[in-house]
Design a protein around this ligand. Structure first.
Ligand SMILES: CC(C)(COP(=O)(O)OP(=O)(O)OC[C@H]1O[C@@H](n2cnc3c(N)ncnc32)[C@H](O)[C@@H]1OP(=O)(O)O)[C@@H](O)C(=O)NCCC(=O)NCCSC(=O)c1cc(O)c2ccccc2c1O
Length: 287
């Protein structure tokens, strides 16, 4: 029955800027899409520590804002989604927030960002035009879906520039494309075009560059028409297997979120507050 198929808008999206950032643009659409754009096209949208801090702040807003249902992560301009860590601020101890400062100690800010993206209970869509390279490639892998423009190019460069990501950059890639292909990608540091990436399963769809945002927004609108908690539980379910105990913890706590609204859980809460014995015997021991 046609009435069961939700009508998805095809109207052009209108973005409203949110917050005050230097390295990213953060925007909302009225229908519930949050868009984070890495805004450093002069370095192919490479990230420095400040960039990661700002992406993380925007993700926190998107998570906590009940009006937001789906998040898009992208890069400014047609040339790059992201080229990974900004090599100009790479030091001997990681990436430096204050390069040149006496005693400055770096770290890998993306470590926490990847976890935040995995934990975030709303779908994150990578919208990729141009290069997704190095740490930028890992960023798109960590997103839940990837929509690529036909000019997109994917690859890892770590072994060429003295780096490697043995975290999600290895495990998730192997999960997605298979171990042999993942090793090829890391061991040879080749680049792959959008259609090759699609055939490998790294990309959900490839569209002409001019249609990239329209297509991405359509995918977001389709997800926005669905049950948010079902999507949340599906994301957690996929990650329960992939993330081991941390993934199971997320899924289990999501189950507890639902349980709190259940009469059986409420009986425990109310009995404690009333200083009486909880009457759990009135609840069925389900088969
Ligand atoms: C991305 C490219 C393939 C694009 O090539 P193209 O020919 O289109 O453009 P240019 O090479 O001329 O670049 C234009 C302009 O941008 C500068 N630039 C590009 N990428 C970076 C970068 N990553 N850092 C700094 N600057 C960059 C480039 O120098 C030019 O500037 P001009 O002033 O000369 O105009 C190609 O640019 C390319 O291969 N880029 C380097 C990719 C790279 O090495 N990325 C870093 C890999 S390591 C990494 O990302 C990483 C980060 C982490 O935080 C980790 C954490 C934990 C574990 C591992 C990590 C990790 O591996």
């Amino acid at each position: 029955m046609a009435g069961h198929t939700p009508q998805i808008s095809t109207e052009p999206v209108v973005w409203t800027p949110v917050g005050d950032f230097t390295d990213i643009r953060y925007e909302h659409s009225a229908e519930g899409i949050a868009k984070i754009t890495i805004n450093r096209p002069e370095v192919r949208n490479a990230f420095r520590p400040q960039t990661i801090v700002e992406i993380s702040q925007a993700l926190t807003e998107a998570r906590d804002n009940p009006a937001v249902g789906v998040i898009v992560l992208t890069g400014e301009g047609p040339n790059a989604f992201c080229s990974g860590g900004d090599q100009r601020v790479r030091g001997d101890t990681g990436y430096l927030s204050e390069p040149g400062a006496a005693g400055a100690v770096g770290r890998f800010h993306v470590t926490d960002l990847h976890i935040q993206m995995r934990r975030l209970p709303k779908p994150i869509v990578a919208m990729v035009a141009g290069y997704a390279i190095g740490g930028g490639h890992v960023l798109h892998l960590v997103c839940d879906l990837t929509i690529a423009a036909d000019n997109a190019r994917f690859g890892q460069v770590g072994p060429r520039v003295g780096s490697f990501d043995g975290g999600y950059g290895a495990s998730l890639l192997a999960e997605i494309v298979g171990a042999k292909k993942a090793k090829e990608i890391w061991f040879l540091c080749r680049q792959y075009d959008a259609h090759q990436a699609e055939r490998m399963g790294m990309v959900n769809t490839v569209v002409p560059l001019a249609d990239l945002e329209r297509e991405t927004v359509q995918w977001c609108r389709e997800m926005l028409a669905l049950s948010p908690f079902a999507l949340r539980l599906m994301k957690a379910s996929f990650h329960a297997a992939e993330d081991g105990m941390a993934g199971i913890q997320q899924l289990a706590h999501d189950a507890n979120l639902l349980f709190y609204a259940n009469e059986e859980a409420k009986e425990g809460r109310e009995a404690f507050k009333a200083r009486r014995r909880p009457e759990f015997e009135k609840f069925p021991r389900r088969p």
